[in-house]
Design a protein around this ligand. Structure first.
Ligand code: AMP
Length: 269
């Protein structure tokens, strides 16, 4: 596996990759959910895999959250080499945002609600960095997890609107046996909090089966969640709230806090 840390070195290494190239962007602290996207890329036709590991400062709305985000590049590199990844791109912030950097990609509509409300500036950071990573890597496909459903919708919109040449491919959410979606942030849960974590997934499934979102949010609070940012039945494409009877593809989105750890998840409805 080749390792690069600058856009110029990436471009050179990328040029040497022959055949269909898949990009899997990540923020590292890799788990089986991330690694599953490598298989998704292969199944979608990628012969060569590029994984980026970049904890993107511009998508964090709080400095303490950025500072506390888990990082373990050596372990990530070992896991990626094991998984047969061809190229690891792990730039630092100065390589991605050199002095004078002044551009931001904002995506209206899908950014308006949910994460967009609770994490101001987050989606502009995501859209900008994903645009850069795709332009830097020039992959045939770029793979993202359904785990971050609103982010996936945003990236699809951004790629279509800005004529990004990569095809956007989605991978299903990988869960622990008790239903908890794998997430780098889960490492920050205490054992007691981890034991409570499945109730978020259970609440999402209950709403998908017809339960009232407000009642499910109350039940999470009663069970020990510190707060619930949102729990909502939405149109899977527009992310606007919908009536359970609406004849559109629907999704239940939720984000809630267990202590200082924010869990985010979603299920089909
Ligand atoms: P992150 O490192 O959290 O920015 O995630 C990088 C990519 O992995 C994003 O496309 C996420 O949606 C995806 N991802 C994170 N967790 C999971 C999971 N449990 N299952 C599938 N994909 C995931």
């Amino acid at each position: 596996m080749i390792r690069t840390t600058t856009p110029a070195a990436l471009a050179e290494a990328r040029a040497a990759l022959e055949g269909h190239v898949g990009l899997v962007p990540t923020m590292g602290a890799l788990h089986d959910g991330h690694l599953s996207l490598i298989d998704v890329a292969r199944r979608a036709g990628a012969r060569r895999i590029v994984v980026s590991v970049f904890v993107n400062p511009t998508q964090f709305d709080r400095a303490d959250d950025l500072a506390a985000y888990p990082r373990d590049l050596d372990a990530d590199a070992a896991a990626l080499a094991d998984a047969g990844v061809d190229l690891l791109y792990a730039p630092d912030a100065a390589a991605m945002y050199p002095d004078g950097f002044a551009t931001s990609v904002t995506v209206d509509g899908v950014s308006a609600r949910w994460e967009g409300v609770h994490r101001p500036g987050h989606f502009a950071g995501v859209a900008t960095v994903v645009t850069k990573l795709i332009n830097q890597t020039r992959p045939d496909i770029a793979v993202f997890g359904e785990k971050d459903w609103q982010q996936l919708a945003l990236i699809r919109r951004c790629a279509a609107d800005l004529d990004l040449t990569a095809r956007i491919v989605a991978g299903p959410t990988i869960r622990a046996a008790d239903g908890v979606a794998l997430a780098s942030r889960n490492a920050g849960l205490t054992a007691a909090q981890r034991a409570l974590a499945p109730t978020l997934h259970q609440a999402l499934r209950a709403v998908a089966a017809g339960a009232d979102p407000a009642a499910e949010a109350d039940s999470l609070l009663r069970n020990g969640f510190a707060s619930v940012d949102y729990l909502a039945l939405v149109d899977a494409a527009t992310l606007e709230p919908v009536d359970p009877a609406a004849r559109v593809e629907k999704r239940v989105l939720g984000a809630a806090w267990l202590g200082a750890v924010r869990l985010i998840d979603n299920v089909a409805a």
